[in-house]
Design a protein around this ligand. Structure first.
Ligand SMILES: *[C@@H]1O[C@H](CO)[C@@H](O)[C@H](O)[C@H]1NC(C)=O
Ligand SMILES: *[C@@H]1O[C@H](CO)[C@@H](O)[C@H](O)[C@H]1NC(C)=O
Ligand SMILES: *[C@@H]1O[C@H](CO)[C@@H](O)[C@H](O)[C@H]1NC(C)=O
Length: 473
């Protein structure tokens, strides 16, 4: 643990040669001492509550297979000298203080294309897999479903369905042509719908179909193919026994800035679309929903021109917002929020706002989901500097807890391919909450009240064996 410089100063006992000032100093020092002890107690207490359940008493970071995942893996990429003409996409990016690696990433003619968008040799491909590769994730490769088709679940999230003990992965089904609706418009694919995949092992994914489909003919409908449907997330409501989907609904110019809601009796759909609105009367673009342990659910969305996030509880049936809303990370221009909880503390990963181009992720933490939220810094470790400054050339979308390993999560991100959005890739990496934070809070007297959130780069990795206690039941 480390104390911020600011608080080190009173400890240099310079003043103790002058009587009354000295006693004040001693008093202040004792007070500071008490506060530090209190903070230390709270920190230890916080840390002690780890590994609550059953077999996993050991803190997750002491588990040998988790330790392996915490090893920092470096990448040395040599950027080739520019050859021939750059694609307009790469040339357009100004100012030019940028790194050539991002230019290479955005240039579909780059000689390094295969580094960022490698082919579909294996990855998740249960039909061709060799034993050594089983259960391994290859971030950035093309991932195939059980039928051998590329998985279409972009900007997605995962629901663990307790009723069927199955994981459901929902996301944007983008298997159509990428085009620009008009000159200034962003690259887009018409709405096709929300893709759904099921899995027991988080590795073999069976396509369950499009569970919410685009509207082909009715041009005034939110889901008309000319509109935008992004970041669908599904939560289960125990009281109504319904599966509720929330998503970003927009027109092709992103001026509608609304949220849509759909509902289903089964996790694999079909979902019935209920309509859209601006939550609390505000613009809403990138968004997610988060269901807490106590069954309360919240919506978190980028608002006010993406300059801040808004958080508010949903109604008991999860079908609407309530009138309560808090503004968080005001003026920080964050999007792509992904929330999770560990030992009573709430954490969130966000990205910056640079369209389809990758940027730096930040981790945030809060005692209450409604805030205040504090920023803890960039969670990415390994790769190289460019990898860390671009979230491994990807953007956050969801963080999934791993049962039996408290403190271990899968960080799910999208590596967007703006030249051909259907070919965007999935970057899943281990996210581990452990150890002191880099940037301790101002009001905690420099002590890291919260643990560090770390996302570890690996070219290839797998979940620790025996992670799934439900599998054997
Ligand atoms: C088209 O969609 C709108 C909005 O959902 C709806 O009000 C209208 O009835 C629909 N029209 C037809 C012909 O289905
Ligand atoms: C989007 O903006 C373009 C250019 O400003 C305009 O031509 C088009 O009509 C707009 N589309 C919608 C759906 O608002
Ligand atoms: C959702 O809640 C808002 C107020 O919080 C209310 O104005 C609106 O009518 C509600 N919508 C529905 C569909 O119940």
């Amino acid at each position: 643990m480390r104390i911020k410089n600011k608080y080190k100063k009173p400890m240099t006992l310079r003043c103790c040669d002058a009587g009354s000032r000295c006693s004040t100093s001693v008093f202040l020092l004792s007070l500071l001492g008490c506060l530090i002890l209190f903070q230390l107690y709270c920190y230890v207490d916080h840390t002690d509550r780890s590994g609550g359940g059953g077999e996993a008493r050991l803190h997750v970071s002491h588990h040998p297979q988790v330790r392996e995942l915490q090893e920092v893996e470096e990448e040395n990429l040599n950027v080739p000298p520019p050859k021939g003409k750059r694609s307009p996409r790469a040339v357009k990016r100004r100012p030019k203080r940028t790194t050539t690696l991002i230019d290479e990433f955005l240039d579909e003619n780059s000689q390094m294309r295969h580094v960022f968008f490698p082919g579909h040799k294996r990855a998740i491909d249960p039909m061709q897999v060799v034993d050594n590769d089983k259960y391994h994730y290859y971030p950035g490769r093309m991932w195939l479903d059980t039928e051998g088709h590329p998985i279409q679940a972009h900007g997605g999230g995962i629901l663990y369905d307790k009723n069927s003990r199955t994981y459901y992965w929902y996301g944007e089904y983008k298997d159509g042509p990428t085009y620009h609706a008009h000159k200034k418009g962003a690259a887009r694919v018409d709405i096709i719908g929300v893709g759904c995949y099921s899995s027991k092992d988080l590795w073999t994914w069976k396509h369950e179909g499009i569970v919410l489909a685009a509207e082909e003919t009715n041009e005034t409908h939110d889901l008309h193919k000319s509109n935008v449907l992004e970041r669908p997330k599904v939560i289960y409501n125990e009281k109504t026994e319904k599966y509720v989907m929330w998503m970003h609904i927009d027109d092709s110019n992103y001026t509608k800035a609304s949220v849509g809601v759909a509902i289903s009796d089964a996790p694999d759909g079909p979902f019935n679309y209920l309509g859209s609105h601006r939550p609390h009367g505000f613009e809403s673009r990138d968004m997610t929903v988060f269901k807490d342990d106590d069954g309360a659910a919240y919506i978190i969305y980028s608002s006010e021109d993406n300059s801040e996030l808004h958080i508010g509880p949903l109604t008991e049936d999860y079908l609407n917002v309530t009138s309560v809303m808090r503004r968080v990370l005001v003026g920080q221009h964050r999007e792509a929020p992904a929330l999770f909880k560990h030992q009573g503390t709430y954490y969130m990963i966000t990205s910056g706002c640079t369209g389809w181009a990758p940027n730096e992720a930040l981790a945030h933490a809060a005692e209450s989901v409604m805030g205040p939220w504090e920023t803890m810094g960039n969670p990415c470790l390994g790769g190289n500097k460019m990898f860390r400054l671009t979230t491994f050339f990807a953007q956050s979308t969801f963080v999934l807890p791993i049962p039996g390993f408290p403190g271990m999560f899968i960080f799910m991100a999208d590596r967007w391919n703006p030249a051909d959005l259907r070919d965007s890739r999935y970057v899943w990496l281990p996210l581990i909450v452990a150890g002191p934070a880099d940037e301790p809070l101002e009001y905690s007297f420099g002590f890291p009240w919260w643990s560090r959130v770390s996302i570890y780069w690996h070219r290839k990795w797998r979940l620790p064996q025996g992670w799934n206690p439900f599998q054997t039941m």
